[in-house]
Ligand binder design. Structure first.
Ligand code: ADP
Length: 473
């Protein structure tokens, strides 16, 4: 039990380590692919910008710059008219909105990039975004702040703020990480007659995850497959180990039972031998005969037991050699029951009910007799009251069915799964209340299968059992 738990725990532990390692590797690969994707598209975009500059002598924001300069000029003029050198929060807000709209609408970059990507047959579906970092009006030598992005301010803490949004209290100098799907194409810095503007142009591929997933699909599949393989192998090995352990326990039980079974006739023979040495016995012919008979009977029993063991190993090595003959099944069953009654089965009440209609079946009489005898002797053996046995026989769908019903102690659900296994004895182990070696039903099953048939059990503890043998005819 302890070893079993240790193996199970070790196995589970190794599987967890394996899965964790695989997750770490896959995450690493994913991160690498993600970075490569960003880098690739950033380089593509910058190439596109260079080409645009060369071909059109523009960066795509010419109109936007012109409009913003004009607007700034107008605002400054109205400030001069109103004799004020600062803007209200609302004015800043409106100006900020205007700049954002103009930058987004009056630019040719997105279209150019899209065409550039398409021409190179790379993914060209992306969203673009403009993030304003700083916007200031310039009035001669004076700057009037309109908007400063907190992130930008954090990067340049010297910028003091009479601005739309104030920088957060944290002294972070690091740039906040943008969403992993966003790629910064370029950071623009413009200074014109009436304004100064810093903004970022960002693109965002919404199906980037899908693209990366496609790229790492093979490694991911291999990884999952290897985990699946290891888990399956572990389960199979563990099951085999447990099965071997169970068989080895069964064998130990068998050896104990066997020793016990062999010892009984042997000790009787030894005692009988000693008895024959006594002068009192030697002078009495009747006693000598009685002792000799006892020795003979026990020797036969001993011989049967040894033959049984030899037979098992022979059955293990070779297939059944059936010597099939056509017999009237009803007559055969009647004979078997009669001889059982006059042998070990006396005292049992056995009723028979057949509906075979003179049917002849092709079977090995000796093995079939062993099969029925084993079922009958179990029905008698595993009974705690006067055994009442019923044998029923009928033909159905090209099969003959022989049902042996008893009123014995019955068999629990768990034991029912194993009673046909070699050496299996229901929970009694090597306790000798009911003598046996755990081979009777194993033989029954083997014989039925050798005839192309099967045997099943239906039982309830305390209520008796029904064994059904089906054989083709
Ligand atoms: P054995 O009788 O030598 O133990 P068997 O293979 O004949 O071996 O039976 C296997 C087990 O099945 C028995 O140990 C017993 O517990 C159970 N068994 C078999 N037949 C019956 C029956 N008719 N009623 C109750 N239990 C049975």
């Amino acid at each position: 039990m302890k070893i079993r738990n240790t193996i199970l725990l070790l196995g589970i532990f190794s599987i967890i380590i394996l899965i964790t390692a695989q997750i770490i590797i896959i995450r690493g690969v994913w991160k690498q692919k993600d970075e490569m994707f960003n880098l690739r598209y950033r380089l593509f975009s910058q190439d596109a910008l260079t080409i645009m500059n060369r071909q059109w002598s523009t960066d795509g924001f010419d109109t936007a710059r012109l409009l913003i300069n004009t607007k700034s000029k107008l605002v400054l003029k109205s400030m001069a008219d109103n004799k004020t050198d600062s803007l209200t929060a609302e004015q800043k807000q409106n100006l900020y909105k205007y700049v954002t709209i103009v930058l987004n609408n009056e630019q040719d970059l997105s279209q150019w990039l899209s065409r550039f990507f398409a021409r190179r047959h790379i993914d060209s579906v992306f969203n673009s975004k403009i993030v304003i970092m700083r916007f200031e009006l310039i009035n001669l030598d004076q700057t009037i702040p309109v908007y400063i992005n907190p992130e930008f301010a954090n990067r340049r803490p010297q910028i003091k703020s009479d601005t739309l949004r104030r920088p957060g209290p944290q002294p972070a100098r690091m740039r906040q990480p943008r969403r992993s799907s966003e790629i910064l194409v370029h950071m623009y810095q413009y200074e014109d007659n009436f304004y100064r503007l810093d903004f970022e142009y960002i693109i965002d591929f919404s199906d980037k995850q899908k693209i990366i997933l496609r790229e790492i699909a093979a490694s991911l599949a291999l990884s999952i497959f290897s985990i699946f393989l290891v888990v399956t192998l572990f389960l199979i090995t563990y099951r085999n180990l447990m099965e071997e352990k169970r068989l080895s326990n069964l064998k130990t039980d068998f050896i104990n039972n066997m020793t016990h079974e062999l010892k009984t006739p042997l000790s009787t023979i030894t005692v009988a031998g000693k008895t024959l040495e006594l002068p009192l016995i030697r002078s009495n012919d009747a006693k000598i005969l009685e002792t000799a008979k006892l020795i003979g009977k026990q020797s036969v029993h001993l011989n049967q037991l040894i033959n049984m063991i030899l037979e098992i190993s022979m059955w293990e090595r070779t297939q059944f050699q059936l010597d099939k003959k056509k017999v009237r099944i009803e007559d055969l069953l009647n004979d078997i029951v009669e001889s059982f009654k006059s042998g070990g089965g006396n005292g049992a009440s056995i009723t028979q009910k057949y509906n075979f209609k003179d049917m002849e079946v092709n079977l090995d009489i000796v093995y079939f007799t062993t099969l029925i005898n084993n079922l009958l002797s179990n029905a008698v053996k595993y009974s705690d009251k006067d055994p009442v046995i019923e044998i029923e026989g009928f033909a159905e769908n090209n099969y003959i069915n022989v049902k042996v019903t008893d009123n014995g102690i019955g068999i629990g659900k768990n034991d029912q799964k194993h009673i046909f296994d070699k050496f299996y004895r229901a929970s009694t182990g090597n306790i000798h209340k009911y003598k046996g070696l755990g081979l009777g039903l194993y033989y029954v099953k083997k014989i039925a299968e050798a005839h192309g048939g099967d045997v099943t059990v239906n039982s309830k503890p305390g209520k008796g059992s029904i064994f059904t043998v089906t054989l083709p005819y």
